[in-house]
Structure formats: structure tokens, C-alpha cells
Design a protein around this ligand. Structure first.
Ligand code: ADP
Length: 461
């Protein structure tokens, strides 16, 4: 932190310079020093004033001593006379005084800067040391160079046990490849996103951590090492796991009764006294809601299947354009307000899990409708290029902010979750991404808040 100099401190400096100058002159008088070098002793006053008061006081000392020596020591005394000989000596003295003042001032400044930097460093050091998060640094090979108390607490290694060793000792076997990929990324000078992963403590226990890793660079941009901040998220992950297990169980139990209700509903619709009556219309609407409920339950079941690694793909050959067209027709029936306009074609037959790809399409189309309450059109475009097919689903609805676009594919994430007035669980896109990734495809979104969204996915041919 920069230190301020108060006015009285400055006045002190000048007063000190006057005092030292007078004292040196008294000493000179007492010692009766020679006229051959009349100014020599006076440098003491200049240097002391410079050290204590800085540039201003040392200049004052230079001029004051020069004038007083001239008046009191150089013949004829009592007057400030500058003859030719004295003139050269005087100018030399003043020039040297100036130089000394500047050099001392320069030293004072760089010294002050160093002290300031040291102070800031020690502040930062204290912050890092007392932080609850594990904060540590390593070089580009992963060798630990510093380790704070939080890291000792989180990983169980004392600083002296791990500094100088490779951080890999905290990486469990199944995460080595992920760690190496991250290090390779950093070595190329690239940034990495915050990573939720698993680490091993000294006693062998596994912990879930959220890891933020970044490059440490000096002012010239040269990489000095890597800094890591790790937080223990084991409790959160456990709670999420329990929630997923519960939802999996609940949705499994709900599946049978809902299927039965649907069957009863269809049976009712087929009764001769119901057919073509007002009741048939109501039952049709009820069926629509049953289908919605079935979709939600299926999504919940799929989430728990993903978590347990049990979501299997059943590939078959099918006409991709046909799948998109029939799905668009099915969804068109559910909305009177929107017109879904299909354009383009791929002409491709895919080997993929038809049912799962349809789930993705249904999710993207229902979202396009749900999140464009005032929009009229939803445009679906098909195209094929470079060994893949691509679908774009464009709506003119509420859109998604830049920050949310990165997160909407995360599990249970809903944009503006507290103010999101549209019904939903935040799992449709999570499932869609999982399904598309498993097929070796890509899924993404481009959107502008208030102007609508364009969700797209591609699949290899
Ligand atoms: P849900 O719609 O059930 O909340 P999703 O996983 O399908 O779950 O979507 C996650 C979030 O992404 C939604 O809550 C919404 O905020 C946002 N979102 C998805 N599709 C759109 C869209 N077409 N327009 C605007 N926001 C969307």
C-alpha cells in the first residue's frame, strides 16, 4: 500500500536539512579546515539531508551550505562574492550536490517500491495461508512448489511432505488421463474450465473436488507455473447422488400406474357411447397430459440410468429425414399457436438409437415452443455435410443469455431458475447432450436474449 507523506513530515525534512547544514559548518569552523577544498565536508550535510528528507531537503542543504561557506569561510568573508576560481569550485560543488541528491532519491524510491512489494507479498501470503480453500502451485511438470494450510487439510499431506514432489500422487488411477490432458492443455498456454473431479487423500480416501487451475505469468507474459484452487464438494455430490437415486426409484414406481391409466383412458375412448361425444374430447386432452407425464417420468428414469451407467443405446438403421418429419408432425399437433416449418433434407440412413434420437428431437422442439410464448414460427432445417447430418431448430422466443448458454446442458440447470415461469425439471438438455455425445455427435446452442435460440445437433453418418 502506498504510504502518504504529511505536510509536517516534509517541513521536518527541510528543518532537518537546515540543522545539519549549520552543524556541519560549525564542525568545519571548529576543525578550521583548509580553503583549498572548502566544500568537501559539506557533502556530509547533503547526503544526510537526502537520506532523511529526500530530494528537496538535500537540494536545500546543497545551496545553503554553498552560500554560507562562501559568506563565512572564503575571503573576503561576510559577503557572497563569486570570483572566477571560487566560481568553478562552487559550480562543481553544486553540480555534485545535485547528483548526490538525485542518486540518493533514486535509491530511496526503489527501496520504497521494494518494501511496498514485500509488504504486498506478505499480505497475499497471509491471505493464501489462512484461506479455507486448498491453494497450491506447481510447475509445468506438476511438481508442487507451494502448499497452503487448506491444502494440508484437504489432501492430508503436510507442505514438507509434498513440496518438490509431483501432484500426481493425489490423482487416482482412473483420473490420470484427465489430469494429463489438463496439464497438456496448460503447457500449450490454454485456459481450462473449472473441473469437478476426484482426488485421493494421503490416507487413500477419495474426495470430490472442484478444481480451478490457471497459469501464473510474470509481467512479461512468461509462464512461471500453475496455480490451483481446490474445494471439497464431496458432501454436495453425495446429496446429488441421493437425490438422483430417489428420483430414479420414484419414477420407476410411477411408470406402471401411469401406463395402466393410459390404457384405461384409451379403452374408455373406444366405448361406443363415448366415441364422438364431448367426453371423447376430454379424454383426448387427458391423454395428452398423460403423455406429458410419461415423458417426464421417462426423463427422470433416464437421468438415474445415466448416473448408474445403465443408459444403453440400441442402434438400428433408419431414415433420418423421415424420423425428423414424423416427430415434427407429432409435435405440431400439440400446438395451435406455433407453425413448425421444416426445410432441407439429408437423404441419409443412420445407424443409431432411433428412439433416443427422437427423444432429443422431441425435447428440442417442445422447448422451442415452450420458450417462445409469443413467437409464431419454429424453423427446423436439415442438412448433410462432411460425413455428418445436422438439424437446426430455430425459435423466436425468450432466448438465453450468454452466461446461461454454457450451463443449460448441465443437469437440473434452468436459466433464471427462481424466476423461470415455464414448467420443467432442467434435465431435457442434459439427456440430449448425453445421447448425442454417445453417438459421437455434437450439440450446441446459439442464442440472443429476447431474440430467440437456435439449438443444433449433428450426428456422424
Ligand atoms: P426444462 O425445459 O425442463 O427446464 P431443459 O434441460 O430442456 O429443461 O432446458 C434447460 C433450460 O434451458 C431451461 O430451463 C431454459 O431455461 C433453457 N432453454 C432450453 N431451451 C430453450 C429455448 N428454446 N429458449 C430459451 N431457453 C431455453
Amino acid at each position: 500500500m502506498p504510504t502518504m507523506k504529511f505536510p509536517w513530515q516534509r517541513i521536518y525534512g527541510y528543518g532537518f536539512a537546515v540543522l545539519v547544514s549549520l552543524m556541519v559548518l560549525v564542525v568545519k569552523y571548529l576543525l578550521g579546515l583548509t580553503f583549498e577544498a572548502p566544500y568537501l565536508l559539506l557533502f556530509v550535510a547533503v547526503v544526510i539531508s537526502a537520506l532523511y528528507g529526500g530530494l528537496g531537503p538535500s537540494l536545500l542543504a546543497t545551496f545553503l551550505t554553498a552560500a554560507l561557506v562562501n559568506i563565512y569561510f572564503i575571503f573576503p568573508t561576510g559577503e557572497l562574492i563569486v570570483d572566477r576560481k571560487v566560481d568553478i569550485q562552487l559550480v562543481t560543488y553544486i553540480a555534485q550536490g545535485l547528483l548526490v541528491s538525485l542518486i540518493v532519491e533514486w535509491h530511496r524510491r526503489s527501496d520504497r517500491k521494494n518494501r511496498l512489494a514485500e509488504k504486498q507479498l506478505s499480505y497475499l501470503g497471509a491471505i493464501v495461508e489462512s484461506a479455507e480453500e486448498a491453494i497450491f502451485s506447481k510447475d509445468l511438470n506438476g511438481i508442487v512448489t507451494s502448499w497452503n494450510k487448506g491444502a494440508e487439510h484437504l489432501y492430508g499431506f503436510k507442505a514438507m511432505e509434498i513440496v518438490g514432489k509431483c501432484i500426481k500422487v493425489t490423482v487416482p488411477e482412473e483420473k490420470i488421463a484427465e489430469w494429463e490432458a489438463m496439464m497438456a492443455c496448460l503447457r500449450r498456454g490454454q485456459r481450462t474450465d473449472t473441473l469437478e473431479t476426484i482426488r485421493r487423500k494421503k490416507n487413500g480416501d477419495l474426495i470430490n473436488v472442484s478444481l480451478t487451475v490457471s497459469l501464473i505469468k510474470n509481467s512479461q507474459g512468461k509462464t512461471l507455473g500453475i496455480s490451483s484452487i481446490a474445494r471439497n464438494i464431496t458432501r454436495r455430490v453425495e446429496l446429488e447422488k441421493r437425490r438422483d437415486e430417489f428420483l430414479g426409484l420414484a419414477s420407476h414406481e410411477l411408470k406402471t400406474p401411469i401406463t395402466t391409466i393410459k390404457a384405461y383412458n384409451q379403452a374408455l375412448q373406444n366405448f361406443p357411447e363415448v366415441r364422438n361425444s364431448q367426453a371423447a374430447l376430454i379424454l383426448k386432452k387427458a391423454e395428452g397430459q398423460i403423455d406429458r407425464l410419461t415423458r417426464l417420468i421417462t426423463e427422470l428414469l433416464n437421468v438415474s440410468r445415466i448416473e448408474e451407467g445403465k443408459l444403453e443405446l440400441v442402434p438400428s438403421k433408419f431414415d433420418f429425414d423421415n424420423l425428423v418429419r414424423t416427430t415434427v408432425e407429432d409435435i405440431q399437433v400439440t400446438t395451435a399457436q406455433h407453425k413448425i416449418v421444416l426445410s432441407g433434407r439429408t437423404g441419409e440412413t443412420l445407424l443409431a438409437d432411433r428412439e433416443r434420437i427422437q427423444e432429443v428431437l422431441v425435447n428440442l422442439l417442445t422447448n422451442a415452443i415452450k420458450y417462445s410464448p409469443y413467437g409464431k414460427n419454429v424453423r427446423v432445417n436439415l442438412s448433410a455435410a462432411d460425413h455428418h447430418v445436422q438439424v437446426n431448430i430455430r425459435d423466436y422466443g425468450i432466448g438465453i443469455s450468454q452466461g446461461d448458454q454454457k450451463k443449460v446442458f448441465e443437469k437440473y440447470y434452468r436459466a433464471q431458475s427462481n424466476n423461470n415461469p415455464y414448467p420443467g425439471l432442467g434435465i431435457g438438455l442434459y439427456l440430449a447432450r448425453d445421447i448425442i455425445n454417445r453417438h459421437g455427435g455434437k450439440i450446441g446452442v446459439k442464442s440472443r436474449k429476447g431474440l430467440g435460440s437456435n439449438f443444433y445437433f449433428s450426428l456422424p453418418i
